[in-house]
Design a protein around this ligand. Structure first.
Ligand code: SF4
Length: 710
């Protein structure tokens, strides 16, 4: 029987329940699922992150369990242009295995690629990475977490030597006297987090928000800085410039705990507030007030999110805020520090266990010989058989079906037709493949293009673990079995590996085994991660349940976990955090006479990511039925556009059409659209596919467009 669930089907006795977490974002709110007959209720559950709160998405999450659109049988397409038709599991899996073998025989092992997701459990992310490297022996695996957190991850790694979104528990936010949120809108993306902000306010704390839009979060701030999109880096350097001029830098901390400050000091010397005001539009007085608010209190926290990250200079932008935090001596003190608000449900764990092109489990590098030896031993294969690093997500998607790119793709837990930048091009690349396989529980826009669709279980139908935005490992508990005809992702990987093993010369394709049982997979993950930066060796399911989660690193089952990092030193070779001097530069695409406006994208409260799930939930669809284009009244007046008029947003890559939403909340030189919708309202038809050179993260947050009445 599933742990954490009481099971009965007899009338008159308590209904079946499971204490679990929300399937959506990285806050991973605690919830109880209760089954009455076939109906599943969601009840909020006290947990340190949500403290009894849920947002509308969490409340309605169970509606998809028995949704009429639910896939319960595999689908195959007999010929290009034909329709998907129901098939047996044997037929579908044979088709996949045969297709993989045919492509690899003809084009080589790297001709098959895997694309994962930041919503997959730790066990699935781990198994998917192993499947790619051991069963397929391809170097091509990456995932949609590249869209979400990779720039903060890269910045954290190079500064602190480790990437854990929040290096402290979320409750620390309530203790900060000043909290600076950069490009984060938790009032819409993770509303229960505002309970911690309310704590902070109740203790007299100040909230400062940096965002080109007056968002629901910015409305609650004591101070809102509204920079031109793409100028956050300059704003951060100006804040450090002010801190240096005023003598607010923590010189003892810089001397004892960091390296590389001199070059940063020389660099920010040129970021005069008046110059940065001209560049960003943020008044000098606001820059000075922000620097003072951060520097003249005992406890301050700086948090960045997608607004700072999703740029072709996202790593450097985050680095500029990390530099500021280090110069003020914030990291490593309770109630102080720098952190990144991770987005997807398992955005943190999903980037730790081998789904990334350059990684092995435990956040090990795939090009590190010692890491390869360790993981290969756990997997029971020779280290030299493990492929090398692949390429980041967009480069991978953009190469599909080309002369040098993969010819087959397996997609798990992702919908790139809606979520990838320059989506029309990605869609075209997917159509060029010899074989596209999608494992999903709904017919997403990507599944609609597939040759084979494999129906898989939902969150309430499987056990496993997730790692939330704090680096806290949590238990996901199944309420019930998947419906007949549906398998878990782990079972799919196990079945495919077995078929590939049967067909492999010498029987070597299956490698170290692919158990379908998540607990068995987690035990292997513990061994594979042991000794790595994200060390889960001491994390057990029992301990996770007993202690309201376990913070990594946790190397010893009998030793402590690590709620707070950096108290005594940083996990770098010399124990010091590293400054990196970074400079502002323009966006990859600047405005011009033909495309005179900045375009930026983001989310709304009632929808989640590509919307494949939330667009099917009645209450969420009613709350947010369509895409829209937000534009300032001055701009709307110039264009002759009124509220509700259909407008076209046109970039060099494509266009979107949606009703205008006229609002003074946005700058007059910028338009905004949420990215949850496909078809004509697809925001990613417009976005730029320029990527950060370090992280590979695309520049979703700024490109040049023109707007016209449709
Ligand atoms: S805030 Fe995130 S985790 Fe919490 S209920 Fe909403 S979507 Fe789910």
């Amino acid at each position: 029987m599933t742990q954490g669930a009481r099971v009965t089907t007899r009338p008159g006795v308590p209904p079946r329940e499971a204490a679990t977490h929300c399937p959506y974002c990285a806050l991973q709110c605690g919830m109880v699922l209760r089954e009455n007959g076939r109906r599943v209720e969601v009840l909020p559950r006290q947990f340190p992150t949500n403290r009894g709160g849920l947002c509308q998405k969490g409340w309605t999450a169970a509606e998809l369990l028995d949704h009429p659109d639910r896939l319960t049988t595999p689908l195959v397409r007999d010929r290009r242009g034909g329709e998907l038709r129901p098939a047996s599991w044997d037929e579908a899996l044979d088709r996949v295995a045969t297709g993989i073998r045919a492509v690899q025989d003809r084009y080589g092992r790297d001709a098959v690629a895997v694309f994962g997701g930041g919503g997959l459990t730790n066990e699935k992310a781990y198994a998917l990475g192993k499947f790619a490297r051991v069963a397929l022996r391809t170097r091509h695996i990456d995932y949609n977490g590249r869209w979400c957190m990779s720039s903060a991850a890269a910045a954290g790694l190079r500064a602190f030597g480790v990437d854990r979104g929040l290096p402290f528990p979320l409750a620390d936010l309530g203790r900060a006297e000043t909290l600076l949120l950069v490009g984060a809108n938790p009032a819409e993306t993770m509303p229960p987090l505002l309970r911690h902000l309310a704590d902070q306010r109740a203790r007299g704390g100040r909230l400062i928000v940096v965002d080109p839009r007056l968002t629901a979060t910015a409305r609650q701030a004591d101070l809102h800085l509204q920079p031109l999109p793409g100028t956050d880096l300059a704003v951060a350097n100006a804040l450090l410039h002010v801190a240096l001029s005023e003598g607010w830098v923590d010189r003892a901390y810089v001397a004892e705990r960091t390296s590389g400050f001199d070059e940063v000091r020389r660099t920010v010397a040129g970021y005069w507030p008046a110059e940065v005001e001209r560049l960003s539009g943020v008044p000098v007085a606001d820059l000075e007030a922000t620097a003072r608010a951060l520097a003249t209190v005992d406890r301050a926290i700086i948090l960045t999110a997608r607004g700072a990250e999703q740029h072709a200079k996202g790593v450097d932008t985050v680095t500029a805020f990390v530099n500021l935090a280090l110069a003020l001596g914030l990291p490593g003190r309770p109630g102080s520090g720098y952190g990144c608000l991770t987005g997807q449900g398992n955005g943190q764990g999903g980037r730790e266990h081998g789904q990334k092109a350059d990684q092995l489990p435990g956040y090990r590098r795939i090009d590190d010989p010692a890491a390869r030896e360790h993981v290969a031993r756990v997997w029971g294969v020779p280290a030299e058989d493990l492929p090398g690093p692949g390429v980041p997500a967009y480069a991978l998607l953009d190469s599909l079906g080309t002369a040098t790119g993969p010819r087959a793709l397996l997609v798990f837990g992702s919908n790139p037709v809606v979520s990838a930048p320059r989506a029309a091009r990605v869609e075209s690349r997917l159509r060029d493949l010899d074989l596209l396989v999608v494992a999903d529980f709904l017919r997403s826009e990507t599944a609609e293009l597939a040759d084979v669709v494999l129906p898989v279980a939902q969150w309430a139908e499987e056990d496993g673990t997730m790692t939330n935005l704090e680096g806290r490992v949590l238990r996901r508990r199944a309420l019930r079995e998947p419906p007949p005809g549906v398998r878990t992702d782990l079972a799919v990987l196990a079945a495919l590996a077995a078929r590939l093993e049967e067909g492999a010369a010498g029987g070597s394709a299956g490698g170290g085994g692919f158990p379908a049982d998540p607990r068995t997979v987690f035990e292997e993950l513990r061994r594979a991660s042991a000794g790595g930066p994200a060390d889960y060796a001491g994390v057990t399911w029992e301990r996770v349940e007993r202690d309201e989660g376990v913070f990594w690193p946790c190397p010893d089952p009998d030793g402590p976990d690590t709620p707070r990092l950096f108290a005594g030193s940083f996990p770098t070779p010399d124990g010091r955090a590293r400054f990196h001097a970074v400079t502002h530069r323009p966006a990859a695409e600047e405005v011009s006479a033909e495309y005179p406006l900045h375009f930026t994208t983001g989310r709304v409260l009632a929808q989640y990511q590509s919307g494949a799930q939330t667009r099917r939930v009645d209450a969420l669809r009613r709350a947010a039925p369509n895409g829209f284009v937000e534009l300032h009244p001055d701009l709307a007046g110039r264009l002759g556009v009124a509220e509700g008029d259909e407008v076209r947003v046109v970039s060099r890559r494509g266009e979107l059409r949606a009703p205008a939403r006229v609002s003074p909340a946005i700058r007059p030189d910028t338009v905004f659209a949420p990215f949850h919708w496909p078809g004509a309202a697809r925001a990613n038809s417009v976005t730029n596919d320029a990527v950060d050179p370090v992280s590979g993260m695309p520049e979703f947050k700024i490109c040049a467009v023109r707007v016209e009445r449709a």
